[in-house]
Design a binder for this molecule. Structure first.
Ligand SMILES: [Mn+2]
Length: 335
């Protein structure tokens, strides 16, 4: 939990700074980009400069959140430009929605060598302690809730733009208020953010009703290949490179697909395997609460939360599938 003292330290650190670089984890989700956007807004409101940088390309349906495209490290910005200062000089690093080196890809190479203070705002249980000051609250459903707490603690103005960004953060990390982490605090925060100017119908439309035809076709192929095991308690979903080729969809199009099979009543644990160009698989894990998928992900070098986690697995597919299926079966039989 975060204390009043933690917020005071964060506010002091912010007040002392003038120029921020703001980032989040690789494969940014709505919580990551929503918090990045709100921190950039706070900086400009306080008369400071803030440069956002992403560590991998965002899904297309998050692009509306930023006024202009955010540069991606390794694409528009090279590591060298961070190191030699041509991307900018900074006196504060703001990292939201992660506290782990592995989730920062190349950025960690710069971070480890820089002596700039770091403010971490995160809601994950595990972390590497990257921050000079850390606002870590694992009881928060989204990092957006902690940013909201910070704004209130500091008595900084919450503009409609900030309210919208924080609503995006909280609504996406709770699966639009459906997941197990949707509690009274989430609903209170959502309600306050609406009063502050967030427009749920606009946000929902921008984020959830803007599939490309290619993405819908990819979803259809994935559902067509759905595998159910253990009397339907386990669901495995698979997307191969050939599915991308056949539909024209891209990697970010698979976001949230892992949740689709949870429409089936019997499903307690689910996995989505997405084949990568190196023949390995990115595997997303979900649970209805009866299986701790973070433990399973950690066994293979991944991480996450109890009900949502991720891990990269070696191919071939049969190998990746068996690893997860065995762990799911073990966890269900221990129940
Ligand atoms: Mn999050």
């Amino acid at each position: 939990m975060t204390t009043a003292d933690d917020f005071k330290k964060a506010i002091d650190l912010i007040n002392k700074s003038t120029s921020w670089i703001v980032t989040s984890h690789t494969r940014p989700d709505g919580d990551a980009v929503g918090c990045m956007k709100s921190m950039c807004q706070i900086a400009s409101q306080l008369g400071k400069s803030a440069k956002p940088i992403l560590l991998s390309p965002p899904a297309q349906w998050y692009e509306f959140i930023f006024d202009e495209p955010v540069p991606v490290l390794g694409n528009e910005v090279k590591l060298e430009e961070l190191k030699n200062g041509s991307f900018g000089s900074f006196d504060l690093v703001v990292i939201v929605d992660t506290n782990s080196y592995v989730q920062l890809t190349e950025f960690d190479k710069w971070l480890k060598d820089s002596n700039i203070p770091v403010l971490v705002i995160d809601h994950h249980i595990s972390g590497d302690g990257l921050g000079t000051v850390e606002l870590v609250d694992s009881t928060a459903a989204a990092t957006g809730e902690i940013v909201f707490d910070l704004l209130k603690a500091a008595d900084w103005e919450i503009t409609p733009q900030i309210a919208e960004a924080l609503y995006i953060a909280i609504s996406t990390d709770t699966g639009w208020f459906r997941f197990d982490n949707t509690d009274a605090r989430v609903m209170r925060n959502a309600s306050s953010l609406i009063e502050l100017g967030a427009k749920p119908s606009r946000i929902y439309h921008k984020m959830y009703q803007n599939y490309s035809p290619a993405r819908l076709k990819l979803l259809a192929r994935m559902l067509d290949n759905l595998e159910l095991h253990s009397d339907g308690r386990i669901a495995l979903q698979i997307i191969m490179r050939s599915d991308f080729d056949a539909t024209g969809a891209t990697g970010t199009d698979t976001e949230e697909f892992v949740n689709e099979c949870q429409r089936v009543a019997s499903v307690e644990a689910a996995a989505l395997f997405v084949e990568l160009s190196d023949g390995g698989f990115r595997c997303s894990l979900r649970s209805n609460g009866s299986v701790d998928v973070r433990q399973i992900a950690q066994k293979f070098g991944g991480g996450g939360h109890k009900v949502a986690a991720g891990v990269n697995l070696k191919g071939p597919l049969e190998n990746a599938k068996n690893n997860i299926l065995t762990e799911f079966k073990k966890a269900l039989s221990n129940k």
